[in-house]
Design a protein around this ligand. Structure first.
Ligand code: NAD
Ligand code: FES
Length: 298
């Protein structure tokens, strides 16, 4: 069992939990995720690692209620426990393997959209701990659902917050801030890392392609086993099939087939769509998975 040490409702349907998982906390790196199960019969829920404390053996997760399982999860309190908490899963962020001296020469731009702010935070924090300050853009639909602003302020070089409706700080989507920084303020970046809703990552990539700016995205397709066996999380990258849970979740955004990935995500939401995937992809499509497994939790 994995004990919940802290449970907090951040805003509206977004929750933060600290979970006792010393082995994961000991070895996880930015970019990785976990899969949690509330009880024996519960769904497997993929979750972003938002932070970790190696000394205390704690993992911080942030999730949004998107279906029955995450709704149940939101009802858990400090003192409750998860039946299973598996991880760290997936590949760490590419930059964590780069020689530090090389990395220090690079100018990094992070683009975080909505709940995608949670997986961006440990990456920016990891860099800050190594003396590298990255620029960070955080976008939220409106002020009331902006998360982790104070935490991000402490680790970012420059933080640019924007809201779609202009209720706080800048007005407009994250893409407008990227354009402003590069075209009007003359900023130069070597790498952009964009994490958020699929549609945001698609449009960030369309924009950065025009600037010839390498862009990494973190994909969160439907996941079931998280071990590369079921095929549920398949995505097309550079014309090749990849499994986000083991090959990713981070990929070169300029090579990702976002339209295909979004279509697949939609198909998983209906019985008819899952039957179609089963006919097209065979048993490896994992169409038997439940509706809550639509990847929206992370
Ligand atoms: P949202 O819809 O509120 O969007 C967040 C921000 O993204 C917006 O404020 C805007 O700045 C930007 N954005 C949205 N659409 C855009 C577009 N067409 N062009 C340019 N920018 C755009 O985000 P949300 O409701 O928090 O998102 C939830 C989604 O994020 C879920 O589908 C979830 O699966 C996904 N998510 C992904 C990850 C990941 O690892 N990739 C992590 C957490 C959540
Ligand atoms: Fe990736 Fe099953 S979740 S292959």
């Amino acid at each position: 069992m994995y004990r919940i040490m802290k449970a907090e409702n951040l805003v509206e349907s977004i929750y933060l939990m600290e979970v006792e998982a010393p082995l994961i906390a000991k070895s996880c790196k930015p970019g990785q995720f976990v899969i949690a199960k509330i009880d024996e019969r519960g769904e497997r829920i993929p979750l972003t690692i938002c932070d970790y404390n190696r000394e205390k053996g704690l993992i911080t997760i942030v999730f949004q209620v998107v279906g029955a399982s995450t709704y149940r999860m939101a009802g858990l309190k400090a003192g409750d426990a998860f039946r299973d908490f598996t991880g760290p899963l997936g590949q760490p962020s590419e930059f964590t393997a780069e020689p530090l001296e090389e990395l220090k020469k690079k100018k990094l731009l992070f683009v975080a959209g909505g709940v995608g702010t949670a997986p961006v935070y440990p990456q920016v924090k990891w860099l800050k701990e190594r003396g590298i300050e990255a620029d960070v853009i955080v976008g939220a639909k409106t002020k009331d659902i902006l998360i982790l602003e104070e935490q991000m302020k402490e680790v970012a070089g420059n933080l640019y917050v924007t809201t779609d409706d202009g209720s706080y700080q800048r007005k407009g989507m994250v893409t407008e801030v990227i354009k402003d920084l590069i075209e009007n303020e003359g900023r130069h970046y070597d790498v952009c890392i964009a994490i958020g809703p699929m549609i945001m990552m698609k449009f960030v990539c369309l924009l950065t392609k025009g600037y010839d700016l390498k862009t990494i995205v973190s994909l969160n397709p439907i996941m079931v086993d998280g071990t590369g066996m079921c095929g549920a999380c398949r995505v097309s990258v550079g014309g090749k099939t990849k499994f986000a849970c083991v090959d990713g979740p981070e990929f070169d955004g300029h090579l990702v087939d976002f339209d295909g990935a979004m279509k697949r995500q939609q198909l998983y939401k209906t019985e008819e769509g899952r039957a179609y995937l089963k006919a097209k992809e065979g048993d490896t499509h994992s169409g038997g998975c439940e509706l809550d497994q639509k990847g929206g939790d992370r």
